[in-house]
Design a protein around this ligand. Sequence first.
Ligand SMILES: [Zn+2]
Length: 54
Amino acid sequence: MATKLPAAQARLYHNIFVCKHCKTKIRAEPRKILEGKIKCRKCGKRVFRPIKKR
Ligand SMILES: [Zn+2]
């Protein structure tokens, strides 16, 4: 990628989590992820990890 603007990075990765089960990306507040309030829209699991930053 040619552009690595901080603003673009933030937009792409801020508050994004990946479902550990089906790899679906979900945007949510980290607090809500920790509280288990976010459910994967695809498989319904509640296990997420933060997206990988590069
Ligand atoms: Zn899932």
